[in-house]
Design a protein around this ligand. Sequence first.
Ligand code: COA
Length: 392
Amino acid sequence: MKIGIDKIGFYVPDLYLDMRKLAVAREIEPDKFTIGIGQEKMAVAPITQDAVTLAANAAASILDETDKENIDLVIFGTESGVDHSKAAAVYVHHLLGLNPAARSFEIKQACYGATAGIQMAKGHIALNPESKVLVLGSDIARYGLDSSGESTQGAGAVALLISANPRILALEDKSAYLTADIMDFWRPLYSSTAYVDGKFSNEQYSFFFANVWQQFKEKSSLTFKDFEALCFHLPYTKMGLKALKPVLEEGTSEDKERLLNHYQKSIGYNKVVGNIYTGSLYLSLLSLLEQKEKLTAGSRIGLFSYGSGAVGEFFTGILQPGYQKHLNTKQHTEMLAARREVSVAEYEVIFQQTLPIDGSSLLSETEKDSATICLAGIANNQRQYINKTAEK
Ligand code: COA
């Protein structure tokens, strides 16, 4: 039985910052951001969006009433959780009106969370072929104003509907993974911004890719010639390339040309969204699939997932016939084009806006947010969410 991605949705907040303008404000040569790390725009999340609303908006864009009835497992991968106890998946389950007969929980391992969710979903569907699983990867990447990682922030969510007989990508069974207890990137419970050792993190990411690729080759006997494209977890769009290039030396000149060409297609959305942590790999997959040029059905795509701390995995999928019919390319292009640019000063104000933590109430201006599902504020230490469609 084939199991894999049947639908894939994406949501980005309606504000962005131009990386060149951020560079000027920080007295950095703009080419460092646009060429050196490969980022053009960075999504900025207003206070009316959090990991829950981003994910709910992404999922709402793909689910129909039959999906809502058949989903019996909701797995929410995030490192921007809104509660130490209650899972973000439960809020999303309610906001989308899913069938109550479902399991819902949150999963955390830095940017690896959604991948763990997908692998778990695959096992669940193997045992329950009629089930559909909603896997969410949703985050707001915050390194801090004027920090070394500031240029690799962003916000957004990817929602994946995993099912039997998937219409987009059938996941294969061979997979290679690696865990090592390292401190390359982390966020203690008391901190709203991440700590990162940028150089070490880049080294480990490349090491993990080389390691899981080697393991994968031994398990599968596949080589680069068996892959049409490779997608990477992308904190910034140059990062995957830095890991790929040395390993790609073992490929032929045709392999290099094909994989490097498709790498450029796989960074399209990431370049103008920024880092969305656990959703980043799947945003890269979406960039590849929604490029204008059609990929051949039956071709193989490799996916490299990396979550600092660290867990890495390399796994693969086969493109399904007619996959393009099940994408929302037009909607995604329009959503990105409709965003409003904020100035650096405006971004700095938004960055510092936080919900009260002393039990007092706050009402947010949800009418300023074009999103259907918003965080309306906080009262009695409880986040208040609204679905504007449901209220009409
Ligand atoms: N024109 C073009 N390129 C330029 C440039 C310019 N004017 N100035 C610098 N660059 C290039 C550098 O050569 C370098 O490229 P290279 O890596 O190919 O050598 C790149 O821009 C970054 O410069 P660097 O000096 O390494 O930046 P930095 O020390 O300020 O680090 C980050 C910035 C973003 C790269 C680093 O903080 C980082 O990696 N952070 C994120 C890591 C992360 O998110 N890890 C966790 C998840 S995996």
